[in-house]
Design a protein around this ligand. Structure first.
Ligand code: G4P
Length: 523
């Protein structure tokens, strides 16, 4: 059991659109032998973006399945790479998937540094003290000076940086990287896009071979390396594991340069499957009994059925096909005959899975985000929360006789985490909340398709949301004074919807006895 756990790394790649996440993913899968040709994932992505509306996009069901979880092997290790949807399909799932990962690789564009979507995703990583390795990409193009990039990470993410490789020039003058830990020179060839770049072990930074190979750039490198060694931070594995320090690599994903270097350090440093909190105790991965938590539900996996797939992260014990498990929220016992595991190419039936692995369970609408499965013990995992929505719409129904169906549809969709639903304390129109605007299109399409409800949405002025709790008497007073901003979510929790960040901040200041939360645990 310990051996299997130690062999696993479950992680996600986060980035702002266009920084190179798809390109890097592809190189990782290629190096892991999970795809035969570089270009496969890219082609799928292009295909996906060529489609304009969600329904036709979803008709290519296979795309979303295979890219949700990608398993590949690297140096005898089982790598579970979780996809964090970005671009148009950025949604609450993007955040939630991170809660199933043990660590992340952050990809930055060397010309842009930390961008907005990366910052948002990093907020979620910071909530969970998640270890982060940074890959600064596109060094074959001209970008910001490396020191500025490090400073940018430190300042905008409050994260100490430790460069483990150092770039030699960039753009046209990019010659490669110097591995600061192994004293190794990696030479970049602009002509070689396959990644067969030369590695040159050298004695030390003073080795005269550097001058032979790098010419006048050798002195610049020596200066930089000396500066790093004197003024830079030392690698502190514990600080990395605690999410306080990030090892940094420079490279060019497109030409597969620096990716292997980063991956080698990743497998050495990145945590094996970590313990997970429950409402009663912390579950250790090596415990003999099986347990798992649902972090994502995907609908319409098969166009012929209304089935949904629940993605379960195995938290402890060994999963075996056909084993009996208890769905903790309902108390129902089910036999997991048809669980699925995820190879990059195909869905494949799974016989055995270990902590850190992801399995897919078919679901007929009874499974909710955050649900726990065990082989007996009563447990409820925490840490797969809802995230405060940032986009809001009001729901209108043309046919009032479909109100019951609308209600049912919205309840189920919110249980799946597809959308958040709020009911005003005064009045009765539903407000929908989403982290990514595409969630609204998906909701309208699914209400029509699965519940035969013809709903349409209109804009509202709310821009932010917080879940509110506190002493009952203060809450009574708060409700009376803020009635027009107050709502109950699908689980009955009180939520404040604000018209602007400024107003929200003022409300928070005005009510110091109340707590205003950006995330909410499922109950
Ligand atoms: P994303 O998933 O983070 O959105 O980024 P993606 O990998 O799709 O990369 C975005 C663009 O950046 C692509 O160019 C890609 O080829 C390019 N790119 C990625 N890594 C590197 C790199 O190391 N160096 C350079 N120079 N470019 C890189 P595109 O023009 O949008 O697409 P395509 O025409 O190449 O397919």
């Amino acid at each position: 059991m310990r051996r299997e756990i130690n062999r696993r790394r479950t992680f996600a790649i986060i980035s702002h659109p266009d920084a190179g996440k798809t390109t890097l993913t592809e190189k990782l899968l290629y190096m892991g032998g999970a795809i035969r040709e570089a270009g496969e994932i890219k082609a799928r992505k292009a295909d996906r973006h060529a489609r304009s509306d969600w329904m036709s996009m979803e008709q290519e069901r296979g795309i979303s399945v295979t890219s949700s979880v990608m398993q590949f092997r690297y140096k005898e290790l089982e790598m579970n790479l979780l996809d964090t949807p970005g671009h148009r399909d950025f949604s609450e799932d993007t955040y939630r998937v991170l809660t199933a990962a043990d660590s992340v690789i952050m990809v930055l564009d060397n010309a842009k540094g930390v961008e907005q979507q990366t910052r948002k995703l990093m907020e979620v990583c910071r909530m969970r003290d998640m270890p982060v390795i940074t890959f600064i990409n596109k060094m074959d193009r001209h970008g910001l000076p490396p020191l500025d990039l490090l400073q940018n990470i430190e300042e905008s993410l409050d994260l100490e940086t430790v460069p483990l490789s150092w770039p030699i020039g960039q753009g046209d003058r990019f010659r490669g990287t110097y591995n600061l830990h192994r004293d190794e020179l990696h030479l970049f060839s602009h002509a070689d896009m396959e990644g067969n770049h030369e590695r040159l072990p050298i004695e030390s930074i003073d080795d005269s071979r550097l001058d032979d190979v790098l010419g006048d750039q050798a002195e610049d490198l020596r200066f930089d390396v000396e500066l790093m060694r004197e003024a830079g931070n030392d690698l502190d594995k514990q600080a990395y594991l605690d999410g306080r320090q990030t090892p940094v690599f420079f490279g060019s994903a497109l030409s597969n340069f620096g990716v292997g270097d980063m991956l080698d350090s990743f497998v050495e440093l990145a945590p094996t499957p970590r313990p997970r909190p429950t409402t009663t105790r912390t579950v250790q991965p090596e415990e003999a009994n099986f347990s798992g938590v649902v972090f994502k539900i995907q609908a319409n996996m098969d166009p012929k059925h209304r089935d949904r797939m629940a993605f379960v992260r195995v938290c402890s014990g060994r999963f075996k096909r056909g084993m009996k498990v208890v769905h903790q929220r309902t108390g129902d016992e089910t036999r997991l005959q048809n669980a699925t595991t995820f190879m990059a190419q195909d869905r494949a039936g799974v016989d055995t899975a270990y902590p850190g692995d992801i399995i897919g369970i078919m679901n007929h609408g009874t499974i909710k985000i955050g649900d726990t499965f065990t082989d007996g013990e009563e447990l409820h995992f925490t840490g797969v929360p809802s995230f405060a929505p940032e986009h809001f719409r009001k729901v209108h129904l043309d046919d009032p006789f479909r109100a019951k169906h609308l209600n049912k549809g919205l309840t189920q969709l919110s249980e799946e985490g597809a959308i958040q639903v709020f009911r005003p304390l005064r009045g009765n129109a539903y407000i929908l909340g989403a982290v990514g605007a595409l969630q609204f299109d998906v909701t309208v399409a699914r209400l029509d398709d699965e519940y035969n409800v013809d709903a349409h949405l209109s804009g509202v002025r709310y821009t932010c949301c917080r879940w509110v709790s506190g002493p009952a008497d203060v809450l009574d007073d708060f409700e009376a004074k803020n009635i027009d901003n107050l709502f109950r979510d699908a689980e009955g929790n009180l939520a404040y919807l604000g018209l602007s960040q400024f107003r929200l901040d003022r409300t928070i200041d005005d009510w110091p006895e109340l707590s205003f939360e950006k995330t909410k645990e499922h109950t």
